[in-house]
Design a binder for this molecule. Structure first.
Ligand SMILES: NC(=O)c1ccc[n+]([C@@H]2O[C@H](COP(=O)([O-])OP(=O)(O)OC[C@H]3O[C@@H](n4cnc5c(N)ncnc54)[C@H](O)[C@@H]3O)[C@@H](O)[C@H]2O)c1
Length: 266
């Protein structure tokens, strides 16, 4: 990532903002004089968390499509603009040994559709700002599926595919969308596994390490990139292998039809 510092006075929205990554990110962004709006489920505790961080709060359930648009409208009304959106809200499945389809659907609703609705909601505001950045918190599970959590793996893999699919058309509008794919990190989401990590001496990231990667992605991500964040490794772009291209009857590499490219790339 070619990092530049986000401009002072920028406005950033963080979904799942009062959770572990959101709090760490808010702290780092406030140090850079960024106006931070933390969007999370409506509770007094979440409001107070935001206030304690010098951030603003907007109540948002990311699975509610209309509520995403309303949250962005509130940000623009109160702060005049939106420069960056961190689509970070997420939950993990708990049923480790069997397929629980109800849970699968809940996880996909938050972790994948929350990202799609969030993107839909923030794009008009980023366009009005003239440029912008969307950073999606996916997961290592989106690149290397977790055998114990199919819903999470599908949702995060879908989020990575969504980012890669959206990036080319947005890049022509100076809007960068990218994903970060952290390994296990020290937040509430790993509480059910914490003792097992401790017992195995398994290293986990700090929330600040992940938040630093999120800021770097805002400031300098390659469009469509997915940055792996791992303990002792830092943030590195994942190299996608690609697939074998189709061959014509004469053995040439087939050219993808124009209709399959975004209008700006035809
Ligand atoms: N901690 C890890 O090991 C790890 C690793 C890779 C990816 N992630 C991802 O990072 C993101 C942030 O998680 P975290 O580690 O800070 O965990 P966390 O549990 O501390 O934070 C998650 C936040 O999302 C919020 N949230 C849940 N459902 C929501 C909804 N429907 N609408 C709005 N907000 C909702 C929660 O209230 C919470 O504040 C998630 O997408 C998670 O999947 C976490």
């Amino acid at each position: 990532m070619t990092e530049t510092t986000p401009a002072r006075g920028s406005v950033a929205l963080v979904t799942g903002g009062t959770g572990g990554f959101g709090r760490a990110l808010a702290g780092l962004l406030r140090e850079r004089d960024v106006t931070v709006v933390l969007a999370d489920l409506d509770s007094e505790a979440n409001r107070q968390t935001a206030e304690g961080l010098g951030a603003h709060f907007v109540a948002l359930d990311v699975t509610d499509r209309a509520a995403n648009a309303a949250a962005v409208a509130q940000v623009e009304a109160e702060h005049g603009r939106l420069d960056a959106a961190f689509l970070n809200a997420g939950i993990a499945g708990q049923a480790r040994d069997e397929l629980d389809v109800d849970e699968f659907l809940r996880v996909v609703d938050v972790d994948l559709f929350g990202v799609v609705y969030g993107t839909e909601a923030v794009l008009p505001a980023l366009r009005r700002a003239g440029r912008g950045s969307i950073v999606v918190t996916a997961s290592l599970a989106g690149l290397s599926p977790m055998a114990t959590d199919p819903g999470y793996s599908v949702a995060k893999g879908g989020a990575v595919a969504f980012v890669r699919s959206m990036a080319p058309r947005l890049a022509t509008e100076e809007i960068t969308i990218s994903a970060i794919c952290p390994g296990f990190a020290d937040t509430a989401i790993i509480d059910p596994l914490r003792e097992e990590f401790d017992a195995a001496g398994f290293p986990v990231l700090t929330a600040v390490e992940v938040a630093e990667a999120m800021i770097a992605a805002w400031a300098g991500a390659e469009p469509g990139a997915a940055y792996v964040v791992q303990p002792g490794v830092g943030a590195v772009p994942y190299k996608f292998k690609g697939v074998p291209a189709a061959r014509t009857a004469s053995g040439e590499t087939a050219v993808v039809p124009e209709a399959l490219r975004p209008p700006s790339m035809r």
